[in-house]
Structures are given as structure tokens and as C-alpha cells.
Design a protein around this ligand. Structure first.
Ligand SMILES: [Fe+2]
Ligand SMILES: [Fe+2]
Length: 225
């Protein structure tokens, strides 16, 4: 049993590290200064990206942890052993609502309306596909595999890259984007704890499959931006 626990811990570390590298590489490849320049510079980039980013923070940020809370309620020990997970997931939801609000109000500031109850765009079907692949799994560690410990890293990286790009002209906005990036580490940590608590060694093949599908969906969005 204890060797299984340490094997799971090693598997989680390897898993997170593999996707950290993959997601950083993908964001560096698609969110280049040249790409942002091709949109027309910092203002045009913000007008194009912020509303979509607000949607992602809200939907892809909140639905998976909300579902994980319910799943842990069903299969875990929500009032005793797993309280740290329930609290961590609640804090993640609070952060993602805050991030969505930040991006939505920045979007409005640059002249693009962003009411998330009605917002949509040309890529909406791709966004929904990505959100489903983060949310619609039966176990909390399955959701974590496709989200917190793999592709959620993309959220941290995209806000960092956008911040770096606008920093010269819009230092206040850049600072806000770097603050958003800083919150993401806690969410990845919460996902790692969930996997350590609920996953067995045998679950990791399926968890890799989930992460890979979600990674491809994330790439499809980056490629279509
Ligand atoms: Fe976020
Ligand atoms: Fe997050």
C-alpha cells in the first residue's frame, strides 16, 4: 500500500511535469510577439483575446471544480479527511470567477462588450468542446488529469504571455495579468492533491488518455486564434 502511495506520488509529479513542458511549449509557439503584432498590436490583441479569455476562466475554470466538489462529496469524506480538497476547490472557483470578472471588465475597457451570459464567437464550438473535455468525467482525479495537472497550465501561460506583450504600453494591465498568473499555481496544487488521494496506479493510463484529448483540444483553440 505505501509503495503504491509513493508510486502514485511519482506518477503525479511526472504527469504534471510532462504537461507543464507541453503547455509552455504550445503557448510559446502560438502566443508569440509576431502573432500578437499580426493582430495589430497590444490594443487589438486585447480586443481579440480578453472576452474569450473571460469565457474560458468562467466556464472552463468553474465547471470542473464544481463537479469535483460534488464527486468528492459522493465518494470521499467531505466533512473530515477531504475538507482540504473541498476548501481548495472552493477557493479555485472564487479565483476563476475573479479572473473572469477581470478579463470581462478589461474587455469592456478596450471597447468589446463581454456579458458572459450571452457572449459567443466564431470559435464557440471549440470552446465548448474543450470545456466538456475538462468537465464530463466521472471521477475527481479524471477531471484533474485533463485539467488542473495538465492543461490548466495553459491558463497561467497565456495570461503571462499577454502581460509581457502589453507591459510597455499598458503596465497596469500587465500587472493585473501577472496577478492572474500567480493564482494558477494553487489550482494545480489542488489537482495534485486530488489525484494523490483518489487515483490508483492503474488509473494513470486512462488519465493520460484524458489529458491527451484535452491537450489536443487546447491546441486546436490556440491554432484557431
Ligand atoms: Fe484562472
Ligand atoms: Fe485556474
Amino acid at each position: 500500500m505505501s509503495s503504491d502511495l509513493s508510486t502514485v506520488a511519482t506518477l503525479v509529479n511526472d504527469f504534471t511535469e510532462e504537461y507543464r513542458i507541453k503547455m509552455e511549449t504550445a503557448v510559446e509557439k502560438y502566443f508569440t510577439d509576431e502573432y500578437f503584432d499580426s493582430l495589430g498590436g497590444p490594443l487589438a490583441m486585447m480586443q481579440k483575446q480578453f472576452a474569450s479569455q473571460a469565457w474560458r476562466e468562467f466556464y472552463i475554470g468553474c465547471l470542473p471544480p464544481a463537479r469535483q466538489m460534488t464527486q468528492i462529496y459522493e465518494i470521499g469524506d467531505p466533512y473530515f479527511r477531504d475538507r482540504d480538497l473541498i476548501v481548495g476547490l472552493g477557493e479555485q472557483i472564487r479565483d476563476e470567477v475573479k479572473h473572469a470578472k477581470i478579463y470581462a471588465s478589461l474587455s469592456e475597457q478596450v471597447g468589446v462588450p463581454c456579458d458572459l451570459a450571452i457572449w459567443t464567437d466564431d470559435n464557440y464550438d471549440k470552446l465548448v468542446t474543450k470545456c466538456r473535455l475538462a468537465t464530463e468525467w466521472e471521477k475527481p482525479h479524471h477531471i484533474a488529469a485533463g485539467f488542473q495537472i495538465s492543461t490548466e497550465i495553459v491558463a497561467a501561460e497565456t495570461s503571462r504571455r499577454m502581460g509581457e506583450y502589453v507591459e510597455g504600453e499598458y503596465p497596469e494591465i500587465a500587472k493585473t495579468l501577472f496577478d492572474v498568473t500567480a493564482d494558477e499555481g494553487d489550482h494545480i496544487h489542488c489537482g495534485r492533491l486530488i489525484v494523490k488521494r483518489f487515483a490508483e496506479v492503474e488509473d494513470f493510463d486512462f488519465m493520460h488518455e484524458i489529458a491527451e484529448r484535452k491537450y489536443k483540444a487546447a491546441l486546436a483553440i490556440l491554432e484557431s486564434l
